[in-house]
Structures are given as structure tokens and as C-alpha cells.
Ligand binder design. Sequence first.
Ligand SMILES: [Mg+2]
Length: 370
Amino acid sequence: MKITQLESQVLRLPLTRPISAPRDNERGGRIDHVFLLVVHLDTDTGHRGLGFAYTMQGGARAMKAIADDDLAPVLVGEDPLDHERLAIKAYWRLQTIGRRGLVAQVYSAIDLALWDIKGKAAGLPLYKLLGGAREAAPVYGSDAGWLWMSPKDLIEASRGYLEQGMMGVKIKVGGDPEADADRLTQVREAIGEDPWLAVDANQRYDYGTALAMGRFFEEEIGVDWFEEPISCEDVDGHARLCERLEVPIAVGETLFGRDEFERYLDKGAVDVLQPDVTRLGGLTAWLKVAALAEQRQRPLAPHLMPEVAVHLACGLPGVQVVEYMPWFFTAFVETPAIANGQIVPPQRPGLGLEMNAEAVEKYALPMTGS
Ligand SMILES: [Mg+2]
């Protein structure tokens, strides 16, 4: 089989609930949309692979340029089943442009398309190809807890997920500690003791605040994990938090390589690994972090992308949970199904996804101008 063509497009998808808070305006800018790079790989056997990767803070047109100008020539004419060889080829061809970052993000979309083709060629849904660990996976709601939302909003949104039978929700923290404590107290009181409840500081606390808040979360709230408590650059700080806190520390969405996960694991700085399949270099790279997690006896919780994570969680026994974030749902014809409170993978071959033509037209990002 040979790749005959790479086609890419960028969608600018509006978010129903923006990612925004006063401090976000300083740090990350107000984010009320995400960009989705969509890649199609055509082959001489008629199988068409679909892959995608997102970006939040810019770089969308650059991603398309990397796909079209730099990676398409590396891939056209190659056998799409050779995912390991192609990952190495692309790495060496683009090493001086970017060993990490945008290049890895673009290659992630391509690698997912390669795996989509593999599933289609085998006539198997991706989760079966990966190992078929289970037929449905636990899932938590993750679009319920933004910092700008009032306690009332948080409770209402959380109830929406719990009413669907999901295991629980994740709430953002990292603003004013007293306000964070109040928000969490109100949410826990409203949803009761049973539902799973995680917090995510998106690296906004300093070490002292994270330690104090971690103690509060474990003693007063019953938090199930504390995500990105402090800067991802501070591995030693994470190690000290892991040592001093009972609540599991979850890290990984901002790490760009297996070696970064290894550094965290070597220092005892992480309990739950959250690799992002579109930041590491795709599924091929993600599986290597998964192997590392298994070797070090750490659970995996993929970052975002329930469309892909459902296959990871149903394919591999080490993946514990899927993060239900509906950012990309408008882009696809069908979105991941929830049945009896669990997320269920599509039974179609490969990723089992199809682009929604109407959405593609509506949200296409023009490639020139501002
Ligand atoms: Mg997070």
C-alpha cells in the first residue's frame, strides 16, 4: 500500500464554554475557540486515513504549512502501515525545524491518520487493534469547571454530567486560594460524597500554595487527583508534593516527550500520567509512554480527545479513564457514545470518525489574511 496524497485543513472551532479567567488574560490570552488541524491521507488501495491535532494559543496556519510543505513530501509514496519507520524518517527530516512543539503536533495528526488506515486495512476498530482490553470505559466530565464559572454554574454543569451516569467531574482551581476552597466546598456539598472529583490548577499555584491547597483538598474535600499543581518545569517541586501529599498528583498534558515523563518518574514526581496523543507525536509515541507507565506501575489518563481516548482506554488495560471534553464534537458526524455512564468506542474500522462536511465548510480557517 502507498500513500498517494496528504490533504490538510484547519478549523477554527468556537467553544460553547470558553477557557477564560482574569489570570488567563495575562498568561494565555482569552481563549474562546480552538484550532483543529485535520489531515487526510489517501492511499492507492482506496483506504483514507483521518487524523487531527489541536492548538489553542495560535500556530494554526504554521501547522498546516508544516503538514503541506514539509511532511507531505516525506510521506507520499510510502507504505502507511510502516508507522515506526515513518516516525523516524519524519523526525530526522524535520529535526532542525522542531524536535518538539508544532512539528510533533502536526506529526501527531499524521500518525493518527496512519493508525486509522491500519484499522481500516485490518477491518478493525482501533481499540481492537490495540488490544481490546474492554468494551466500554469510565469517563469523567471536564467541561464543567472553568475558573470563570460561578459555584452555581459549576454545580449545574457537574450535575449535567452526573445525570448521564459519568463517574464524576474535574474542576479548575489555581485562582484565589480562598475562592478555590469555597468553590470546591460548594461543589462537593452539592454532588455528595460519592462522585469522583478531581481538581486541575493548570500550573497556576506556587509550591507553598499547592502544598496547603493539596492538604485542604485531601482532608476537607476528598479529591481524587490534583492535576498540574505547579509549573511543569519544576520537577523537584512535584516530587516534594508527591512525597508530602496523599492526593495523587496528575501530570503530563504539557510534556512533549517520553524522556520528560521518564524524568518525572525517576524523581517520583507524578502519580497519574496524562500524555496528550496530539502533543507527543501521535499514537506511536503515546504507546511508548504507555509502556513506560506500565513498567513503573502508574495509571494512565489520556489528556482530552475523547474521540481517540475511548480507543486507548478500551484498547489498553493501563488506561483508567477518559476525559470527556466536547471541544471537537461539532467537527465530526458522530461523537463518542455514552451508555450506562461509560464511554463506548465506535465499531467502525480505524478511529471510526467522519468529518462533518457542513462544519468543515463553516469553520474553515482562511489561509491568508488575519
Ligand atoms: Mg489539565
